[in-house]
Design a protein around this ligand. Structure first.
Ligand SMILES: C[S@@+](CC[C@H](N)C(=O)[O-])C[C@H]1O[C@@H](n2cnc3c(N)ncnc32)[C@H](O)[C@@H]1O
Length: 205
C-alpha cells in the first residue's frame, strides 16, 4: 500500500510540522534510552537515525523502497535493510533495544510483528515505542473507526484506531509504568519481555 507514509517529501514535510509542535521531544526520548545493538524498526525516512548516541550501533529496517532510499541519504553510515516487521531477517536475541516510532499503527499484522520484535530482542532487552493509539474517549474512538478506511488508504497503511498498548501486552511484554506518557492519543513507553530476568523492578529510563 502506497500513501503519504511512502512518499518521502510529503512524510518529511508533515513530520517537520509535528516535530516543531512537540513531537521532537518525544522522538528524543524514544532514542535516548537505546543501548548497544539497536533495531529501528520501520525507520521510514530515517528521522530518528541522526539522534542516536554515537556509542549505539543502529540497524534500520523499512519495507518501502523509496522511503529507505531517503533514509540512506539522511544517514549514510547506518546499515539499512529492506524488510518487514513481520519477518525480521535477524537471529534470535540479536538486539539490546528495539525502537518503534509511529510504526505499529501501520504494520499489517501487528501481533506477528510484535512477536518478531520479541524474538530478535535479548531476553533482557528493551522495546521503546512512540505510537498514536485508539482514543480512550468513546466518541473519538467511534470517529477513528469511521474514518479508518479512508485514513488507511490515504496514509499508506496507518490505522488511527489501534490499541497498541494492549497488543504489546498480548505479545508478552510488560510496559514499564514509570516510562509511560500519554498526551491525547499519543503514547510513549519502554517495555520488556514479561519473562525477562530484569523484571519490572529495573525499568528502562
Ligand atoms: C509513520 S511512518 C514512521 C517512520 C519512522 N519510524 C518515523 O518515526 O518517522 C511508518 C513507517 O512504517 C513503515 N511500515 C509499514 N508497514 C511496515 C511493516 N510491515 N514493517 C515495518 N515497517 C512498516 C512504513 O513504510 C513507514 O515508513
Amino acid at each position: 500500500m502506497r500513501g503519504v507514509e511512502q512518499i518521502p517529501f510529503l512524510y518529511d514535510a508533515m513530520c517537520a510540522v509535528l516535530e516543531a509542535t512537540g513531537l521532537e521531544r518525544w522522538r528524543e526520548w524514544l532514542v535516548s534510552g537505546a543501548k548497544g545493538r539497536t533495531l529501528d524498526v520501520g525507520c521510514g525516512t530515517g528521522r530518528n537515525l541522526p539522534l542516536y548516541a554515537s556509542d549505539v550501533f543502529v540497524v534500520g529496517v523499512e519495507p518501502s523502497k523509496d522511503t529507505l532510499a531517503k533514509a540512506r541519504r539522511r544517514a549514510p553510515t547506518v546499515p539499512l535493510v529492506r524488510a518487514s516487521a513481520e519477518a525480521l531477517p535477524f537471529r534470535d536475541g540479536a538486539f539490546d533495544t528495539v525502537v518503534s516510532g509511529l510504526v505499529f499503527c501501520s504494520v499489517p499484522d501487528a501481533a506477528k510483528g510484535l512477536a518478531e520484535v520479541k524474538r530478535v530482542l535479548k531476553p533482557s532487552g528493551a522495546l521503546r515505542m512512540l505510537e498514536h493509539v485508539r482514543s480512550t474517549t468513546a466518541w473519538r474512538a467511534r470517529w477513528q473507526d469511521f474514518v479508518q478506511p479512508a485514513w488507511t488508504a490515504i496514509a499508506g497503511g496507518c490505522h488511527p484506531n489501534r490499541d497498541t498498548e494492549t497488543a504489546v501486552r498480548q505479545a508478552g511484554f510488560v510496559i514499564d509504568p514509570e516510562t509511560l506518557r500519554a498526551r491525547d492519543n499519543m503514547r510513549r513507553f519502554s517495555a520488556h519481555a514479561a519473562s525477562s530476568a530484569n523484571g519490572a523492578s529495573t525499568p528502562a529510563q
